[in-house]
Design a protein around this ligand. Structure first.
Ligand SMILES: [Zn+2]
Ligand SMILES: [Zn+2]
Ligand SMILES: [Zn+2]
Ligand SMILES: [Zn+2]
Length: 153
């Protein structure tokens, strides 16, 4: 599991012995340095492994595991949760494949007609009605009951 860590920005005392940067191994001679993971860093050296953003500026937290350091945004993108499945309302982990329909996300297993449980294949039409996924048959049947279809056709 990744750990969430804070980042501190410290000002360097002019008479203090320069600290080595954990990123580039050079001495830090700037006026400010970052302290994170019990190490010291140049402001430019503490970066997200994914998007290269400077972590001292981004909300001052980082996520780390072994030598990998990520910003919050990438961490959430890679390891966060996608949201709740609109069908079973359980959480969907970000790694899982999902189906999307409008603003809703679904587990692959949950993405089926909610009336007849028919699964959809690629290219199949599906419909969203009152936030329920419906196959074409059930959708049209529903419309028929409401008397719309005769007007549409
Ligand atoms: Zn450095
Ligand atoms: Zn990033
Ligand atoms: Zn689900
Ligand atoms: Zn159906």
């Amino acid at each position: 599991m990744f750990k969430r860590k804070g980042i501190q920005m410290l000002s360097v005392q002019p008479d203090a012995k320069p600290k080595g940067c954990a990123g580039c191994n050079r001495k830090i001679k700037d006026r400010y340095l970052l302290k994170a993971l019990d190490k010291y860093w140049h402001e430019d050296c503490l970066k997200c492994a994914c998007c290269d953003c400077r972590l001292g500026e981004v909300g001052s937290t980082l996520y780390t595991k072994a030598n990998l350091i990520l910003c919050r945004r990438d961490y959430l993108r890679l390891f966060g949760v996608t949201g709740n499945c609109a069908a079973c309302s359980k959480l969907i982990p970000a790694f899982e494949m999902v189906m999307r329909a409008k603003d809703n996300v679904y587990h692959l297993d949950c993405f089926a007609c909610q009336l007849c449980n028919q699964r959809f294949c690629v290219g199949d039409k599906f419909f969203l009605k009152n936030n329920m996924i419906l196959c074409q048959t059930d959708y049209e049947e529903g419309l028929m009951k409401e008397g719309y279809v005769s007007q549409v056709r």
